[in-house]
Design a protein around this ligand. Structure first.
Ligand code: BGC
Length: 361
């Protein structure tokens, strides 16, 4: 039976409050023997530290909080953008007795291999944030990533208005299924708007921010500088485009999108060099992962919101898909109110005036 996720979140919050009282532990971020009431142990492998600051600054603390609240043992490690290393971490987590392994794959093939091996040893797997094509995860926990792209497309159109405009797309890594969905979502909104012309589009390998700047400079030059808007897939890529626009005296004139509601992204929005970002609450995503993992530990079905078709195998993967939120200068405060960022991190002295103008104090 499937229910709406909100009900599950509320139910598991009650559970979490009860279990917290059982006592937990020391704040160790890589191995936690919390002595909670669940017999299982959950392993999570994050992808890297540079494709987005989110993994270490938002996901890790949110996951720690979710597992501690649930009183379940956990280990969270980071593969540092090395698929070999991710496979080794998975092996050592399995040897260490994890009962559920959640990964953010670096590419589908290496992710699928990890999942197959885990399954063959009786360890259930979950795709966290990125769907592993051809994989065997029991659950996929993420946001609705096509909607993320739609919000970016609509956000860019709102910033550009009805004029004729040339758009450059700076897409995410070609090995990340999410990047495909973001680009498809954005195109689905912008392509029917015939006043816009795509004058450049490229995927950025591994979401590498430095390479993104080089790629954007090339696309900008090829377009003779006639670029009016940039659909950048996340805040890091947006920041790269903004740095090149700055060098060309165009920052602030050319709207740029983003994603992840990072400190940098929000500051760029306040400064007027970025048009919007997409906020995806790490707390919601981490809690959803904890709920799904604990259900697996207990041999129960997790509450899902949808199924997602794996475009490689055709498998319908039971999914928990959360709702992303578009953020512009008008609602930066919502991210802060939700605990997505801290006011003092965003409103540093350099941004004091912009924060005051946006009503953030
Ligand atoms: C995530 C984004 C993130 C990007 C780079 C995507 O799979 O959904 O939030 O910005 O990877 O790490």
């Amino acid at each position: 039976m499937k229910r709406k996720y909100g009900a599950v979140a509320a139910a598991s919050l009650g559970l979490a409050l009860t279990l917290t009282a059982c006592g937990s532990d020391d704040g160790d971020d890589s191995a936690n023997d919390s002595g909670g009431s669940s017999d299982g142990k959950i392993g999570v492998i994050l992808p890297d530290t540079e494709s987005s600051v989110r993994w270490e600054s938002a996901d890790r603390p949110a996951l720690e909080a979710a597992f501690k609240a649930a009183g379940v043992e956990y280990s969270i490690q980071n593969a540092e953008n090395d698929a070999e290393k991710m496979a080794q971490i998975a092996d050592s987590m399995i040897a260490d007795g994890v009962t559920v392994l959640a990964i953010v794959n670096l590419d589908s093939a290496s992710g699928a291999a990890i999942e197959e091996k885990a399954n063959s040893q009786g360890v259930a797997t979950i795709d966290y944030d990125r769907l592993t094509l051809g994989g065997s995860a029991e659950y996929y926990v993420s946001f609705d990533n096509a909607v993320v792209g739609e919000l970016q497309g609509r956000g860019l159109a709102d910033c550009l208005g009805n004029k004729r405009a040339n758009i450059v797309y700076l897409n995410g890594s070609p090995t990340d299924n999410n990047a495909t969905l973001f680009a498809e979502g954005a195109h689905s909104i912008l392509d029917p708007m015939t006043n816009y012309t795509v004058v450049g589009e490229q995927a950025v390998p591994e979401w590498d921010n430095e390479e993104a700047a080089v790629i954007f400079q090339q696309l900008y030059t090829q377009a003779d500088g006639k670029v009016d808007g940039v659909l950048a897939a996340n805040d890091g890529l947006g920041g790269a485009a903004i740095s090149i626009l700055e060098g060309n005296g165009r920052a602030g004139d050319v709207p740029v999108t983003g994603q992840d509601a990072t400190v940098e992204g929000l500051q760029n929005i306040l400064a007027g060099t970025q048009c919007m970002t997409v906020y995806k609450s790490a707390t919601l995503e981490a809690n959803a992962l904890a709920d799904a993992a604990i259900a697996l530990v207990n041999g129960e079905d997790a509450e899902t919101t949808a199924t997602t078709k794996d475009s490689e195998s055709g498998r319908e993967v039971p999914s928990i898909l959360l709702t992303p939120v578009a953020i512009t200068v008008a609602n930066v405060g919502d991210v802060i109110d939700d605990g997505g960022q801290k006011l003092e991190d965003v409103c540093t002295p350099d941004f004091a005036d912009a924060c005051a103008a946006a009503g953030l104090e």
